[in-house]
Ligand binder design. Sequence first.
Ligand SMILES: [Mn+2]
Length: 293
Amino acid sequence: MRLIFGERDTPYEEARVVVLPVPYDLSLSFLPGARRGPEAIFLASRELEPFLLELGVAPEEVGVHAAEPVPWVAGMAEESHRLIREEALRHLQAGKWVVALGGDHSITHPLVQAHREALGDFSLLHIDAHADLYPEWQGSVYSHASPFYRLLTEGFSLVQVGIRAMDREALRLAQEKGVALFPAHRIHREGLPLEEILKALGKRVYVSLDFDALDPSVMPSVGTPLPGGLSYRQVVDLLEALFQEKEVVGMDFVELSPNGQFHAEMTAAQLVYHAIGLKGLQAGWLSQEVDHI
Ligand SMILES: [Mn+2]
């Protein structure tokens, strides 16, 4: 049975938004399970209230189509990444706005490649507990700890928010390459520096969100939880400011690793749904028909 996102699925031709499941987690180093992330988000999304009070719209009215999951090839990271890039590119070339659901964070590299091929240049906003700037991890450049190293060396400008784990070499690399780093401890001390974050980004932005950016008290269902994370409200505030000021060319939400805590799956689904609503408002696909509070 094919799963859908939300209460109803819009046929592909009419849909503006494609939710693309990428259940790939073969690069994980600690706790596997992110391959079950997309399915859990789909199932939880069925329980969402379609009307989003905060935005005053029903995001599903943009027309959301759930695509077939991208297949992967066991033991063949390069081939699996090629399939991810090709599937994303196919939807982008059909004019869809793609929201990818991981899967582990390694999928961001082929997703970003597909977006650049279809849509040209943009900067990267990476929301995560981990900087993911290792040249390789356990011998593989296709690792979930490496996508942003690869993207940096390919010339992308990078803004990282919520970070609380990186080693000395990664910090040195980030400083050398001009990464705009907004670590979680600074956000907790000073509040979310929205203006500074927006200033560090170009006009067009791709967003990659690792659910472990959220504090484990909010989001316990991740492969690599770390204390000291962001609140749900802080992440929503960041996305709202971003969509007001920038053109968001695409998004991925990665590393949900379901472990029986349904509230975490609801949190993930709600965040994805909220982002679709923000895109709908920014693109003019949705307008508020009732005064909302
Ligand atoms: Mn992470």
